[in-house]
Design a binder for this molecule. Structure first.
Ligand SMILES: NC(=O)c1ccc[n+]([C@@H]2O[C@H](COP(=O)([O-])OP(=O)(O)OC[C@H]3O[C@@H](n4cnc5c(N)ncnc54)[C@H](O)[C@@H]3O)[C@@H](O)[C@H]2O)c1
Length: 320
């Protein structure tokens, strides 16, 4: 179907225009002799929307996401620990909003599996496996993202681990390990992100996944986990001002109790049920609830928000 045969206010006309732009960009990429990346070219809007939960606005000239500033087409994202749980839901959400997504996980097969799901839903993604607590792995992740997608506009620092122990059961090795992944990994990823230049108009974004425990402490001990999450909130606030000079925003999403393997593994079935009873909204959070908050903070709609902590906990903990 030719773009010119469509009425000017038909949204498909804009989509076809975008498609041709993507194709031209792809040809330029090949002409420069860069190796063919395994990331797929950005998909055209009709296909993206056809698999999405965010249909285009039929009544307007443009689609609803673009009008509201939530469209991420042309942006690139790197999500750490995205092989499962919250990270995977975040990666899928950003891809469905149009971003090209590099999926990191220490488990390479899980990262590839998440990419396969993104691609099967007509999104664009590439696996960037590695351990966020190892400087050389973080450098490699960013290199993959830069080579395949031209850089990282949106960094989501999600990878995290928890060990169910009280302080007296915690060895120094356990302490160091949890801090190295949850906080050291955030530091390494942030450093790599800040070392890149923000692409004009890309709205550089860092979103860290903190936790309600940073406000209220942990319930069953786990002091290393609590300390790492408090440190993460402090890290985000401390870099928000210097990062703002480059036009980048830095924010935290602080989940409450969200239905993932991490929750089930560490609280057991009864423990999870007891936690759910304490949520005023009457249910556990779903990974998609966190993904929606990350999408907002990553979008143009949140361009004037930085240094903030967004609680997503169903009322489990309400801050003054
Ligand atoms: N689930 C909750 O209720 C909850 C609540 C508050 C905060 N969080 C935070 O959300 C984030 C995700 O939690 P989740 O529940 O999805 O956990 P999860 O255990 O289901 O998933 C974590 C993912 O991170 C990966 N990972 C672990 N160590 C890594 C490393 N060193 N490098 C790269 N990847 C690594 C794992 O392989 C896994 O795929 C964590 O930071 C967690 O602290 C979760």
């Amino acid at each position: 179907m030719a773009q010119r045969n469509l009425p000017r206010d038909n949204p498909l006309r804009r989509w076809l225009h975008d498609d041709r732009r993507h194709a031209r960009a792809w040809r330029r990429h090949r002409r420069r002799g860069l190796p063919a990346p395994s990331v797929q070219a950005p998909v055209s809007a009709p296909f993206r929307w056809s698999v999405d939960r965010y249909p285009p606005c039929r009544s307007g000239k443009d689609n609803l996401l673009v009008n509201l500033g939530f469209d991420l087409a042309g942006r690139t994202a790197l999500v750490t620990g995205a092989g499962q749980g919250l990270g995977r839901a975040i990666a899928l959400r950003l891809a469905s909003a149009g971003a090209n997504v590099a999926v990191n996980d220490i488990d390479a097969a899980a990262a590839q599996n998440a990419v396969d799901e993104i691609v099967s839903k007509a999104g664009a993604g590439i696996a960037a496996p590695g351990d966020v607590s190892a400087a050389q792995d973080v450098a490699a992740m960013f290199a993959v993202a830069t080579q395949a997608m031209g850089g990282v506009d949106i960094l989501v620092i999600n990878a995290g681990i928890v060990r169910g122990q009280t302080v007296d059961e915690t060895s120094l090795d356990d302490w160091n390990h949890v801090l190295a992944v949850n906080l050291g990994g955030a530091f390494l990823c942030t450093k790599a992100m800040l070392a890149q230049s923000v692409r004009p108009g890309s709205g550089g974004r860092i979103v860290m996944i903190g936790s309600v425990v940073a406000h209220q402490g942990t319930i069953h001990g786990w002091a290393h986990y609590g300390a790492s999450k408090s440190g993460l909130h402090g890290l985000a606030k401390s870099i928000a001002r210097p990062a703002a000079r480059t036009g980048m925003t830095v924010n935290v999403v602080a989940p409450g109790v969200i239905r993932t393997d991490m929750l089930a593994d560490n609280h057991g079935e009864d423990g999870v049920a007891a936690l759910a009873e304490n949520v005023p909204l009457g249910r556990l959070g779903e990974p998609e609830d966190i993904a929606a908050a990350v999408h907002f903070l990553a979008s143009d709609a949140a361009r004037y928000i930085t240094g903030a902590v967004l609680d997503v906990n169903g009322g489990f903990y309400i801050r003054a």
